[in-house]
Design a protein around this ligand. Structure first.
Ligand SMILES: [Zn+2]
Length: 539
């Protein structure tokens, strides 16, 4: 026996949610689970013991909606996050400091400038960025990751001028003189985002890029995350993963959700084997297509529900119903899982309609684990429809903590008959549920998501629709069992059962026994991947 854990509070998260005291690992897999005596008797001279002393063990957390590849270059980017930076001047100072130490012409990338939280903060302009970094192209991501701020040099490289028309489903924000301000919304940001990634890969080279991927994976492991789905895998993202995997620097499992490109050529792409190539190794797999259905700018796709029972469309949607249907039919006909980013009740309706049609018309579409990602503002009817179909709701509860107040306002504004992120309603409707982070848009730590799902506590301290709270055990099951199903790894991970991979997290306290307001203080003490210690807080 390679490893034996004794004296723990092991939440196996199997079908019966069994608890155990001890487990044994051999050849990367769990070989026995039970009480201390029977497991201790399996030891031999080579066995390594872990004495848990009552600490809690869960399966490794699985985050099926994460933007890992967007954060790989964070250690070599300027930190422009607000908070911790307190205003625009502080951000521009940080960019200026970075620029003065950056070779001329090298791209400067920054993360998460947040005009939502600091509503008084104006968008950055290209002219301000030019002043802060006169010799470099600059790309600063908005905290929504649905917009970015570019300087003049960056726009010149991407060919964005005052004569550029808005691309399909994107806006090049212009001033009164018709000049682009550098603020690029939705699909208008794609070219600069891609060029920035490309230039950073080329500048740093394969070795350092591999190290950066590994460093990001280790950060995830420190939060107990052992598998992810990258919810917007661009060709450059796929390259990052391949590089790291080939160098043995990918210590977590990744499912690649292809997105961000034009989707309408799916049959051609499948015929060309493009998606097959995403199945690279045991750790790195593909087979999922991601579709964006509603933008953040100017507003998600909503139906406003009026007092007389009528509804009116509001906000924006990316596609008409027949277009969504075509995308989903094409993808499912080619055996691809589809994950639809749907936030407002109007885009949720479109997504459910398209999934229902595919399930009725395409053989085996019911086995493709079609995913409704976000599902922030469903109606009661939509919750039940989603629960009754063989599809998955993939939610991100940590958003409640940051922007639960915005959700509340949205429900009221549009007259929706269900609260936002109605986790309790989803559970009682019998939905198949997975949970993730949407990192870096919300906290990467599953403990934060579990805490938010159980407490419904907003950062202000107020509870947002406390009736929709779910138990910590239920929330953990979404982050483990449910999410393993969403990334097609339920036969390997997601619960601690004999024969499964020994991906495990040791927690300081048991979330199911903690007061809901103390769950967020629980720390990850150790993370194991394939039975080997991959992170230790004390190390
Ligand atoms: Zn996302």
């Amino acid at each position: 026996m390679e490893l034996i854990m004794l004296g723990g509070n092991i939440l196996t998260m199997d079908g019966k949610r069994t608890r155990a005291r001890a487990l044994a690992v051999k050849d990367n897999k769990i070989t026995a689970i039970g009480n201390n005596n029977e497991i201790a008797n399996m030891a031999n001279g080579k066995t390594k013991f872990v004495h848990l002393r009552g600490r809690t063990v869960t399966p490794g957390f699985i985050d099926p909606h994460n933007h890992f590849s967007m954060t790989v270059f964070e250690p070599v980017s300027v930190d422009s996050r607000t908070p911790p930076l307190k205003d625009k001047k502080a951000v521009l100072d940080a960019i200026s400091t970075t620029a003065s130490a950056t070779p001329k012409g090298k791209w400067i990338w920054g993360q998460a400038y947040d005009t939502r939280v600091f509503k008084e903060v104006e968008p950055l302009t290209c002219w301000e960025l030019d002043e802060a970094a006169p010799n470099n192209p600059v790309c600063i991501m908005d905290a929504s990751y649905h917009a970015l701020y570019a300087n003049t040099a960056a726009m010149a490289i991407a060919g964005i001028t005052k004569d550029s028309p808005d691309p399909y489903k994107g806006t090049i924000v212009k001033n009164k003189k018709g000049e682009p301000t550098g603020y690029l919304h939705e699909r208008a940001m794609d070219s600069i985002h891609k060029i920035t990634m490309r230039s950073l890969i080329d500048f740093h080279g394969e070795e350092i890029v591999g190290d950066l991927v590994r460093q990001n994976a280790l950060m995830h492991l420190s939060h107990g995350v052992t598998s992810i789905g990258d919810a917007q895998t661009m060709p450059e993202s796929a390259e990052l993963y391949r590089l790291a995997d080939s160098q043995g620097k990918l210590p977590i499992c990744v499912r690649q959700l292809r997105g961000g490109e034009t989707f309408f050529g799916i049959p051609d792409k499948v015929a060309a084997g493009e998606y097959d190539n995403d199945n690279v190794s045991d750790r790195l797999r593909g087979g999922t297509m991601k579709i964006f259905m509603d933008p953040v700018f100017p507003e998600f796709g909503f139906f406003k529900c009026h007092h007389d029972g009528s509804i009116s469309p509001e906000g924006e949607i990316y596609y008409e119903q027949d277009e969504v249907d075509k995308l989903v039919l094409d993808a499912t006909n080619n055996g691809l899982q589809v994950a639809i980013h749907c936030i407002g009740n109007r885009s949720i309706e479109q997504a459910i309609n398209a999934f229902e049609r595919a399930i009725n018309e395409v053989p085996n579409a019911d086995k493709l684990r079609l995913r409704l990602d976000h599902f922030m503002f469903p109606t009661q009817e939509q919750i039940q429809r989603a629960a009754d179909l063989p599809i998955i709701i993939s939610h991100q509860s940590a958003f409640l903590y940051n922007i639960g107040d915005v959700f509340e306002a949205g429900v009221k504004k549009y007259g929706i008959d269900a609260p936002a992120q109605p986790m309790a309603d989803m559970v009682s409707a019998g939905a198949t549920i997975a949970a993730g982070s949407d990192f870096p848009c919300a906290s990467v730590a599953p403990i934060d998501g579990i805490a938010a799902a159980a407490s419904r506590r907003h950062v202000s301290g107020r509870q947002i629709e406390p009736d929709q709270a779910i138990s910590a055990e239920e929330a953990i099951s979404h982050y483990t069992n449910g999410s393993s199903f969403a990334i097609f790894r339920d036969d390997e991970v997601g619960s601690l059962e004999v024969g499964k991979r020994a991906d495990m997290v040791v927690l300081s306290h048991d979330p199911t026994e903690s007061h809901v307001d103390h769950i967020k203080d629980i720390t990850v003490e150790q993370t194991y991947v394939d039975g080997k210690l991959a992170y230790s807080k004390s190390a």
